[in-house]
Ligand binder design. Structure first.
Ligand SMILES: [Zn+2]
Ligand SMILES: [Zn+2]
Length: 368
């Protein structure tokens, strides 16, 4: 496996923006549309995507820097982002065309890219354990389909914005510096529709609900963020779309608490079970498991079910399930049961409770 930084042609110290720009350049170069029937280009394209999917996520990048390999998933099934190559391609072509003239040949106008969109994806612990394919729905601002982002009603012309003379930005002086900011009147587009489009009120932007399928690798951790390049806000001016950032939230489970790759649960047992030992039905993520607790099991005692925990995210195998024994003392008993317990108590003393004996001896030492 080639070094991810080398694949993208960046330094190890590359900033997220440098990574993104390098990724877009490389993705365009090896895009299957540009290299039809070229298996080498296709393989390279996949590698680039995998590299970017790891390096664009701060946690996964840190892991890669530390371990020299990608976290999660097995080789050949990278849990990378679903990149819409159509969009990517158009973004890049847009960048290219925007560089020559564009918008009435006004040079030096910076093209504002779309903002990133953040969404939260809530999944169950079971999904996190097994890995899952989820459809997410999110609202995405994109060029209005009725006016193709022009903001003008069908047949209506657009005029250069009078506030910025079509530049899309207004310049102002601050101290020694000449600065500019996007024009508020035309929202940076440089044009004003004569008759505004009814659907988007002339903004050129309409928000629509998008659906996207995301693959979550087995063992994914709460709070993990995935970046799907090019699925953020799509500006009306044809500038590159932002990214979609999906943060995974794992819902609380009624029985299990996760601690890295281990799962913890508590099982209540009765006094006779703890004294005599018992066979318990213990729930695990794989279904019920019979577990024997030995005679004389103490409350708070923890038993380990090896390999019944979560898959190790960015590692191999699974963690353990740790079962903590809780002693349940009955609060309501029948007269008959009470008589039996009293009978039992009469036969029990310090001989049957060595811990209590030790405790009483310590007390004596303190107060005598
Ligand atoms: Zn303007
Ligand atoms: Zn419109």
């Amino acid at each position: 496996m080639a070094d991810y930084y080398e694949l993208l042609g960046v330094q190890k110290s590359a900033t997220p923006d440098e990574l993104k720009s390098a990724f877009r350049k490389m993705a365009l170069k090896y895009h299957p549309d540009r290299n039809p029937n070229d298996a080498t280009a296709e393989a390279k394209f996949k590698e680039i995507n995998e590299a970017y999917s790891v390096l664009s996520d701060p946690d996964r990048r840190a892991y890669y820097d530390r371990m020299g390999r990608a976290p999660g998933g097995s080789p050949g099934t990278p849990g990378g982002p679903d990149v819409n190559f159509e969009d990517l391609f158009q973004d890049l072509m847009g960048d290219f065309l925007g560089g020559i003239g564009g918008f009435g040949g006004i040079g030096g106008r910076r093209r504002q890219g779309g903002r990133d969109i953040q969404v939260e994806l809530s999944i169950s612990l079971e999904d996190a354990a097994k890995g899952a394919e989820k459809i997410i729905e999110f609202d995405r601002p994109a060029p209005c389909d009725q006016c193709q982002g022009r903001g003008a009603d069908v047949g209506s012309p657009v005029d250069p914005c009078p506030a910025c003379q079509g530049r899309g930005e207004v310049r102002f002086q601050q101290g020694f510096f000449r600065l500019s900011r996007p024009c508020g009147r035309c929202a940076g587009k440089g044009t004003i529709p004569r008759v505004p489009c009814a659907k988007c009120s002339g903004t050129g932007i309409a928000t629509r609900t998008e659906k996207l399928s995301v693959t979550l690798p087995a063992g994914i951790e709460d709070g993990t963020t995935r970046t799907v390049a090019g699925y953020g806000e799509a500006p009306a001016n044809g500038a590159p779309s932002g990214d979609l950032q999906i943060t995974v939230k794992i819902a609380e489970h009624p029985l299990f608490k996760r601690q890295e790759s281990d799962l913890h649960c508590t099982i209540p047992v009765s006094f006779p079970q703890a004294v005599l030992g018992a066979q318990l039905d213990v729930p695990t993520l794989d279904g019920r498991v019979r577990m024997r607790i030995p005679a004389g099991t103490q409350p708070g005692h923890a038993l380990r079910l090896r390999g019944k925990g979560m898959p190790r995210f960015g590692g191999y195998g699974r963690g353990d399930q740790i079962v903590t024994i809780q002693l349940e003392v009955p609060t309501e008993i029948t007269a008959e049961q009470r008589a039996l317990v009293e009978q039992l108590a009469a036969t029990m003393g310090e001989d049957t409770h060595p811990q209590r004996r030790t405790f009483l001896e310590k007390l004596k030492g303190l107060f005598d």
